[in-house]
Design a protein around this ligand. Structure first.
Ligand code: HEC
Ligand code: HEC
Length: 267
C-alpha cells in the first residue's frame, strides 16, 4: 500500500509550521506587507495591480493601485477610510471590526507608498519571517502566493453551517449540485458550467472571503446570480461558510468521479 495519508499529514504539518513561522512578529518591519498579503492580495494582487485569481469572480474588479487614476485619487487618508469602511456596492468590505486602527494606518501607508507611489521595494523589505526557513524567499518570487485559506468572512460575520446548508439546498444545489460537484439538475443546460467546488482549482482558490464575494456579486456573463439584492449579508455568510466547510475544505472522497483520485488511496 502506498501510504498517501502520512504524506498529506506531513504537508499539512509543513503548512501549519509555515503559518506559524510566517505569523507577524509584533511591530516588525514587514508587518504591513504581511497584513497586505493576508487580507488584500487575494483580490488586489501581490503587486497591487488588481490582478488576482479572485478578479474574474467580481463584477466590479478590484482597484489597480498602480494606475494613473489611482495615483490621482488615492490619498493615504482615503485608503485608510476605505479599508475601515469599505466601498458600497462592491466586494470591498470594511475591515474595522477585524483590524485595529494602527493596523489600518500601517496598511494604508504600505499601499500608498508601495503601490500608488510605487516606491515601496526599497523601504519595505519583502515579507519578513520567511528568513526563518531556507529557500522560501526564492519560491515567493516565482510562484503565485497561496491564498490564505484561514481568512474569515468580511465584516466580522460568522456563518452558520446549518442555516447555510438549508440555503444552499434551496438556492444553489439546482446548479452546483447537492454534493457541490457542479452537476445540479440545471447544469446540463447552462454554459459556462456551474463551478465544481470539489476541483483542485476551487480548493486552491476559494477561501471564505472569495466565496462571500462571489455569492454577493455573482458572475457577469454567466448564470451565476448576484445574491446581494435578495439575500442578507448573514445569509450570504451562512452559505459561504457551508460551501467552504462542506466542499472546499472537505477531505477528498475516494471514488467521487469529480475528484481526481489520489494514486494509492484505499477505496
Ligand atoms: C474580496 C476582494 C477584495 C479584498 C479582499 C480587498 N479589496 Fe479593496 N477593493 C475591492 C473592490 C472590488 C474594489 C472596488 C474597485 C473600484 O470601485 O474601483 C476595491 C477598492 C479598494 C480601494 C479603492 C477605493 C476607492 O476609494 O475607490 C482601496 C484603497 C482598497 N480597495 C484597498 C484594499 C485593502 C488595503 C485591502 C486589504 C485590507 C483590500 N482592499 C481588500 C476588492 C477587494
Ligand atoms: C442558475 C445557476 C446557478 C445558481 C442558482 C447558482 N450558481 Fe454559482 N455559478 C453558476 C455558474 C454558471 C458559475 C460559473 C461561472 C464561470 O465559470 O464563469 C458559478 C460560479 C460560482 C462560484 C465561483 C465563482 C468563480 O470565481 O468562478 C461560486 C463561489 C458560486 N457559484 C457559488 C454559488 C452559491 C453559494 C449559490 C447559491 C447561493 C450559487 N452559486 C447559485 C451558476 C449558478
Amino acid at each position: 500500500m502506498k501510504p498517501t495519508w502520512w504524506w498529506q499529514a506531513l504537508i499539512g504539518l509543513c503548512m501549519a509550521l509555515d503559518a506559524l513561522a510566517g505569523a507577524p512578529p509584533a511591530a516588525a518591519a514587514g508587518d504591513a506587507a504581511i497584513l497586505y498579503h493576508n487580507y488584500c492580495s487575494v483580490c488586489h494582487g501581490d503587486k497591487g495591480d488588481g490582478r488576482s485569481r479572485a478578479t474574474g469572480a467580481l463584477s466590479t474588479p478590484p482597484r489597480d493601485f498602480t494606475s494613473a487614476a489611482s495615483r490621482q485619487e488615492l490619498t493615504r487618508e482615503r485608503i485608510a477610510a476605505v479599508i475601515a469602511h469599505g466601498k458600497a456596492g462592491t466586494a470591498m468590505v470594511g475591515w474595522k471590526t477585524q483590524l485595529s486602527q494602527a493596523d489600518i494606518d500601517r496598511l494604508a501607508e504600505h499601499v500608498h507608498q508601495r503601490f500608488v507611489l510605487g516606491q515601496g521595494a526599497a523601504g519595505s523589505p519583502a515579507i519578513s519571517g520567511t528568513h526563518a526557513h531556507g529557500g522560501r524567499e526564492a519560491d515567493a518570487a516565482s510562484t503565485p502566493p497561496q491564498v490564505d485559506m484561514t481568512a474569515g468572512l468580511p465584516n466580522g460575520l460568522k456563518g452558520d453551517l446549518r442555516r447555510g446548508g438549508a440555503f444552499y439546498l434551496a438556492n444553489c444545489a439546482t446548479c452546483h449540485g447537492a454534493r457541490g460537484d457542479g452537476q445540479g439538475p440545471r447544469a446540463y443546460f447552462i454554459n459556462p458550467k456551474p463551478r465544481n467546488f470539489l476541483s483542485a482549482d476551487s480548493r486552491a482558490r476559494f477561501n471564505r472571503l472569495v466565496l462571500y464575494a462571489a455569492v454577493s456579486e455573482g458572475r457577469l456573463g454567466s448564470e451565476m446570480p448576484a445574491w446581494n439584492k435578495v439575500a442578507t449579508p448573514q445569509q450570504m455568510a451562512d452559505v459561504a461558510e457551508y460551501v467552504f466547510r462542506s466542499f472546499i475544505t472537505a477531505p477528498a472522497v475516494a471514488g467521487t468521479s469529480s475528484v481526481p483520485a489520489v494514486a494509492g488511496t484505499p477505496r
